[in-house]
Design a protein around this ligand. Structure first.
Ligand SMILES: [Zn+2]
Length: 528
């Protein structure tokens, strides 16, 4: 559910943590998301067109799901709602570590992930970037293993590893042959307790992080605009701060800040272990007790209390001009509830709304602005639903050559206003629901995607059952709920608009060609 909590996807480029291989996560579906499924779009690509979804496979109905429609296969009928991860087992160790086991017997491999319920939005004031900096530093040595040992071991056994930081969580994972799971658990449990840092090891890594910021944000007009947009869209929420941190604050971070953050948050009672693959729950329980079970609680991070958004009835516009921009584009965002903060049924309605208006060639925006009027060359939208706090619903467009950005914005608002005023058709509603759930079902084919869906949902306030029954709740969304969500949230006075425009040549040598469309930025940025 719940899209990458603010993992939005901020455009995610691979991290350059010193000394470790930088593996990219497999792309979770196309650019636009598993809408509600903990998966935010990894990048809102220009001209993105979603493939025609395949039929939703029939699976056992969720507990409490609506009875199967009388005529399965009829145009407006939905199949019984499938259950996401129906074989998932969850249990707690005595030190408070939550363990999730997701059996997948198709190949003798396992995905081993540890998720910490901490991210950028939990950082202390003036320490922006510390969550991500610590993620880099977790690859330095421990009391028991020297720097580089863990990564070298993963590489030697033919495994893959990665780590990522978002606003709401930080996760580390390895994908290895089944027989190496005990070793991964031993090393990751060791890293939860025994990290050693000093100035000599930490300081060079700060330069790596600063370079990462230069490359990922400062050198990318679309990313800079995304950062500026978040900063004006969110007034009080820490989602206004970039996951990688503000440069001037990153520069001041020290290994002592990292240790303090580690000691407060990297404790078993603030973590979730997810093991997906060729294993069963009792096997994982035994291994977990022998490894993670021996890590003492170091702290009680307590409730995640953060400033929340006031109701802002003021539209905002940010503009970024850069000579490398060859094609002007815009983004328009609205602060909306997440799965954790929404009233019952509202987040599901927002998922359907975002799909119906902005996802793929059958969406309202695409049909009206690209196909009918020809005023846009690309258009889309997504809802970043997996977030601990109020989050955002975004639209983006690249106008056709003779269309101005303000006219493009007005055209988008006309489409949104029509949904708010006249609602949606039953056919649109059913198509959107089918597409959302089909995407989620396809995600289950990937072991690591399913592990990520559960990890991101559970670190942002959802439960295992919330994820499992999510398709049934999507199917239950009514046309009235979709209309009401549009009328409540997608109004012009709540909009934040960001324009990316061309600037006259400065005479300076460009460092890179800017992408025609701003890659997704903002709340939820998932970075490595
Ligand atoms: Zn990084």
């Amino acid at each position: 559910m719940q899209g990458l909590a603010r993992s939005t996807v901020r455009a995610s480029t691979a991290c350059r943590a010193g000394g470790r291989a930088s593996h990219r996560l497999p792309r979770l579906g196309a650019a636009v998301i598993l809408a509600g499924l903990a998966l935010q779009p990894l990048a809102a690509a220009p001209g993105y067109a979603q493939a025609t979804p395949q039929a939703v496979p029939t699976a056992a109905p969720a507990p409490g799901a609506a009875p199967a429609p009388a005529v399965v296969g009829a145009p407006l009928a939905l199949p019984p709602a499938p259950v996401i991860g129906k074989d998932v087992t969850s249990f707690l160790l005595s030190n408070g570590l939550q363990v999730l086991v997701i059996p997948d017997r198709r190949a003798p491999v396992v995905t081993h992930m540890i998720w910490y319920k901490v991210g950028q939005a939990d950082e202390p004031p003036m320490k922006s970037g510390i969550a991500h900096y610590l993620e880099h530093l977790m690859f330095k040595g421990t009391k028991n293993y020297p720097q580089g040992y863990f990564s070298k071991t993963v590489s030697q056994i033919g495994g893959q590893e990665n780590a990522f930081t978002s606003s709401d969580y930080t996760a580390y994972f390895q994908r290895v042959a089944k027989q190496h799971l005990p070793l991964m658990m031993k090393l990751e449990a060791d890293r939860m307790e025994n990290l050693i840092l000093d100035d000599a090891t930490a300081r060079p890594e700060l330069q790596v992080v600063l370079e990462e910021r230069s490359m990922r944000t400062d050198g990318e007009p679309g990313s800079r605009l995304g950062e500026a947009m978040d900063a004006v869209m969110f007034w009080a929420s820490p989602y206004r701060i970039p996951v990688i941190g503000w440069r001037h604050e990153i520069e001041q971070l020290t290994y002592k800040d990292a240790i303090a953050f580690y000691d407060r948050y990297y404790t078993p009672n603030n973590a979730i272990l997810v093991v997906a693959g060729d294993v069963d729950a009792s096997e994982v329980r035994t291994l977990a007790e022998e490894t993670y079970g021996k890590v003492p609680r170091r702290a009680d991070p307590g409730q995640r209390l953060r400033p929340t958004e006031p109701e802002i009835l003021a539209s905002r516009t940010v503009t970024l001009a850069d000579e490398r921009v060859t094609q002007p584009s815009l983004r328009q965002g609205y602060v909306v509830p997440s799965y954790r903060t929404a009233e019952k049924g509202e987040a599901e309605a927002l998922d359907v709304l975002a799909e119906l208006i902005g996802s793929g060639p059958t969406s309202r925006l695409y049909r009206e602005l690209v196909l009918d009027k020809g005023s846009a060359s690309s258009v889309g939208g997504y809802y970043q639903s997996t977030a601990f706090d109020d989050t955002k619903l975004m639209f983006y467009a690249t106008p056709s050559e003779n269309v101005s950005l303000p006219d493009m914005k007005a055209a988008i608002e006309t489409v949104l206003a029509a949904v708010a005023k006249d609602g949606v058709t039953e056919a649109e509603l059913v198509r959107a629901k089918r597409k959302i759930v089909a995407t989620a079902i396809h995600a289950q084919d990937s072991q690591s995607s399913l592990a990520r869906i559960f990890g991101s949902a559970l670190t942002t306030g959802s439960t295992v059952e919330d994820v499992q029954t999510w398709p049934a709740r999507i199917y239950a969304v009514t046309a009235d709920q979709v209309k009401a969500a549009a009328a409540k949230y997608l109004t012009p006075d709540r909009a934040t608009t960001a324009y990316l425009v061309t600037a006259p040549p400065s005479g300076k040598k460009p460092t890179a060609k800017a992408p025609p469309f701003p890659t997704a930025g903002g709340a939820g940025g998932l970075i490595r």
